[in-house]
Design a protein around this ligand. Structure first.
Ligand code: PLP
Length: 318
């Protein structure tokens, strides 16, 4: 068998640990063990963050159940739950800085939320009878370990900081309870929402630098947030000090367009968590959910003075 094979021969007629990649793969196992250790739970990988969210919601809930979703959380998560409505799943939005509503079967938080950057009240959520999931994509395990704060599940878009290099599309759920992890693993194999080995190999590579990358990105983001707050064209700066995601407002959608088209170092693209600084106006995707002048900035690993010089010249056109 070649090293990329997705099946492994039986040994003297006996099925071994690995036999068919939809059920398990040594590289996936290794990446899951490494991520699980970082978050203090049992990690399972999925083909994307959204795939991880789909698998968790469908495996945990049944028709008629309701998810309490943090308002201002990643736009795609609400869109996913809308797409699942024909299967009887409902969702309601709530302010995650306070307690979740009653009579819901799953609480879905985001730490911090993308792009409004609110932080969840983890104590209030842990007191709720329903299982609690924290999408900790922006905080990463370097900034927050939600399982230690009473969460049952952590979700990561590995595509972002964990992958970090814009070359991995992958997601993960980390479970506090090993039995819940086994149930989710069985659901993953049955439904075929299984990850490929190559992205898992890239995750293992990226985890080796995660801590240094995140520390440096957070330090640079604090510096940039302070500079933005003092700039005359900038109205509001949101930066909770966790992760390197910042959002800030300029006058309107036209000002957004002028800023995002005049950066030179900072790349005008979607996504976040990359070694490359990324900037985009979110109104184009999210409409009235966000201010029309909102720009989302993910601070990368470039020299912070150079990032600021580029932003300052771009803001000159706002
Ligand atoms: N959660 C958050 C906070 C995100 O920002 C994203 C992607 O933008 C996702 C989940 C979805 O991840 P993916 O793009 O890997 O499906």
């Amino acid at each position: 068998m070649d090293e990329h094979a997705i099946l492994w021969p039986y040994e003297r007629g006996e099925v071994g640990d690995f036999y068919y990649a939809r059920y398990g793969h040594p590289t996936i196992d290794a990446a899951e063990a490494a991520l699980g250790a970082l978050d203090g739970g049992t990690a399972l990988l999925f083909p994307s963050g959204t795939g991880a969210a789909t698998a968790l919601a469908l495996s945990l809930l049944k028709p008629g159940d309701t998810i309490a979703l943090a308002a201002g959380a990643y736009f795609g998560t609400g869109k996913l739950f809308e797409a699942l409505e024909p299967w009887g799943l409902r969702h309601v939005e709530f302010d995650q800085t306070g307690p979740p509503p009653e009579d819901v079967q799953l609480v879905w938080l985001e730490a911090p939320s993308n792009p409004m950057l609110t932080m969840p009240d983890l104590v209030a959520a842990a007191a709720h009878p329903a299982p609690v999931l924290v999408d900790s994509t922006v905080a990463t395990p370097v900034g927050l370990r939600p399982l230690e704060h009473g969460a049952d599940f952590v979700l990561h878009s590995v595509t972002k900081y964990l992958g970090g290099h814009d070359d991995v599309l992958l997601g993960a759920v980390v479970c506090r309870d090993p039995e819940a992890a086994e149930a989710l693993r069985a659901f993953r194999s049955r439904t075929g929402i299984s990850p490929a080995a190559e992205p898992a190999r890239l995750l293992l590579r990226s985890l080796r630098t995660l801590e240094v990358r995140v520390h440096r990105q957070v330090e640079s983001a604090a510096f940039i947030a302070e500079r933005l707050a003092g700039h005359p064209k900038v109205e509001t700066v949101r930066y909770p000090g966790l992760g390197s995601l910042i959002s800030f407002d300029v006058a309107d959608a036209e000002a957004v367009r002028r800023v995002e088209t005049s950066t030179r170092l900072v790349v005008n693209a979607t996504s976040l968590g990359s070694v490359t600084s990324l900037l985009e106006g979110r109104f184009r995707w999210e409409g009235d959910r966000v201010p029309s002048g909102l720009l989302r900035l993910s601070v990368g690993l470039e020299d912070p003075e150079e990032i600021w010089a580029d932003l300052a010249q771009a803001l000159g056109n706002a």
